[in-house]
Design a protein around this ligand. Structure first.
Ligand code: MN
Length: 525
């Protein structure tokens, strides 16, 4: 199990206050979870310590690391929001509550809701750090998935591929995405995973040795031309991503050219192009395989030069050339922009895909006077006219592996005003209902079932009784109390927003003998 010291050691130059905060959160979590065990039989603390460690290793700042350590306290222990707030402050509390709320987002194995779920997932998280904590949480749960009862494994793995992987992809977190995919893949597609693994091992049983040999050749050549400040590494294509490609290529592994990739990380863009020239001089490039993602980045912000070559030893290799910054971004995506103590973050001279995000990431933390519960301005409260950040509208876009031309989808999606007009709320079981902005519990009741709507007596939002005209907000959890004797009132028409609800209310009123009388008296206004 990771110790508090292990975690602190991963944080970039922590000061005394940082150390104390992380240590305090660690001890607090250990105490809170002391009676709990994981399915593996290990102390529950191993889980939250891993999540904290992963976040620190990604370069997240100490408060996010703390929230990672505390992320399961409110949901799984007697610890309350007030406890977290008074011990760790509003910001840590906000993050922990955000993660807690996200746990009610559930995948029920039907494609119907996936797109809504992805969007909801992002919309309710409100702060990118909440998503990053949730992704780290999911990664550790997948790493330990073999301990979990079989019937739960499939749901968790499926949910990962349908919801978490696209989110990680859209956030540009390539490393995390690959890890999530390859961990979930064998649970969702056991036969296919076996087939892909076999194909890969037959073809590249000794891939690492071979790649190491080619790497030395390239290193030597780069040194000869006095390109000294560079770093090389290699990777074998992820199983899940290979599976998608194999399906498109009739399972012909020979037709896949990016199985093996060599990465060259250099210091400047100029060196990237120079290195490309050197590579092409050294090894024969395949036609039409040169891609300049530096001049033309991928929609999720990915930048690199790609080329595919055949080495003297007859190995087909994809070469990826990029700067250190591009490398950071391709591995950690949006997280690479909120690295702890990165003074360049806000005045980065190079505009990047993520730069429009920065203001929302560092949005000052505000608490509303009129509310006891912690709440920062939610998406539902933002005025309709306010522009929704591009990346949010991208997130629901169908996940497309190495899509040949993702640009059209991307533009279409970016123009969608989905978020400015819809909110998502939950049933107590975690089912998602999407409603127009301004919707009230009456709209929710009719969306569930007309019988529920017709007999609505009262409503609870987030477990508190509310008036029926209460405006709902993203992420609210709703319960409707029904009574046989309850029936639609003409007043409901003043605050029902959906046409479905309004239609039902009108017809119920017209068919109600008691209201016939009133109608006759007052007529229709
Ligand atoms: Mn957890």
């Amino acid at each position: 199990m990771y110790s508090a010291e292990d975690i602190i050691a991963q944080i970039n130059s922590p000061n005394e206050a940082d150390r104390n905060l992380v240590k305090k959160a660690y001890d607090y979590a250990a105490e809170a979870h002391k009676a709990h065990k994981r399915y593996s039989g290990e102390p529950y603390m191993t889980h939250v310590a891993s999540v904290g460690y992963k976040l620190a290793a990604m370069g997240m700042e100490p408060r996010t690391v703390c929230a990672g350590l505390l992320h399961d306290t409110i949901e799984d222990t007697a610890i309350t929001s007030e406890d977290i707030g008074s011990n760790f402050g509003e910001e840590v509390l906000f993050l922990v509550e955000g993660v807690t709320k996200l746990s009610s987002v559930r995948y029920y194995g039907s494609d119907r809701h996936n797109e809504s779920l992805r969007k909801l997932f992002v919309a309710t998280s409100q702060d990118i750090r909440v998503l990053i904590i949730k992704l780290a949480d999911r990664l550790h749960n997948l790493e330990t998935l073999h301990h979990i009862p079989t019937h739960k494994q499939l749901r968790i793995a499926q949910e990962t591929l349908e919801i978490y992987v696209p989110v990680a992809h859209r956030l540009g977190m390539g490393k995390l995405r690959k890890e999530l995919e390859d961990l979930a893949f064998p649970y969702v597609y056991p036969k296919e995973a076996k087939r892909v693994t076999e194909l890969l091992t037959t073809r590249f049983g000794k891939a690492n040795e071979m790649l190491e040999r080619e790497r030395k050749v390239l290193q030597k050549r780069l040194a000869e031309v006095k390109l000294t400040n560079f770093h090389t590494s290699f990777r074998v294509k992820g199983l899940y991503s290979l599976y998608h490609k194999l399906k498109r290529k009739d399972w012909d592994i020979q037709a896949i050219y990016d199985l093996l990739a060599m990465r060259v990380v250099v210091t400047s863009v100029e060196d990237c192009y120079r290195t490309l020239g050197i590579v092409h001089e050294l090894w024969r490039p395949l036609p039409k395989r040169v891609k300049d993602y530096i001049a033309f980045p991928k929609p999720n912000g990915y930048q690199s030069l790609h080329t595919t070559v055949t080495t003297q030893n007859g190995v087909i290799l994809e070469i990826q050339i990029r700067t250190k910054q591009m490398h950071q971004e391709s591995e950690f995506g949006v997280a690479s922009h909120i690295l702890y103590k990165n003074p360049k973050v806000s005045d980065d001279p190079k505009p990047s895909m993520f730069s429009n995000l920065i203001p929302t990431l560092f949005r000052p933390f505000t608490k509303r006077e009129d509310e006891k519960e912690t709440d920062i301005k939610s998406i539902a409260e933002t005025p309709h006219t306010q522009k929704i950040p591009l990346w949010i509208s991208q997130i629901g876009q169908a996940y497309n592996h190495d899509s040949e031309n993702p640009t059209s989808d991307f533009v279409e999606d970016a123009q969608s005003d989905f978020f400015s007009s819809r909110i998502f709320v939950f049933t107590p079981k975690g089912d998602v209902v999407d409603l127009p902005v301004g919707a009230t519990p009456i709209d929710f009741a009719y969306a569930i079932h007309s019988e529920v709507g017709d007999h609505t007596f009262g409503a609870k939002v987030n477990r508190k009784m509310v008036q029926l005209d209460t405006e709902l907000r993203n992420g609210d959890i709703l319960e409707i109390d029904t009574r046989k004797s309850a029936k639609p009132s003409p007043k409901w028409l003043l605050f029902a927003r959906t046409s479905l609800a309004r239609r039902r209310i009108r017809s119920a009123i017209e068919n109600d003998p008691e209201n016939q009388h009133k109608h006759n008296q007052h007529g229709h206004h």
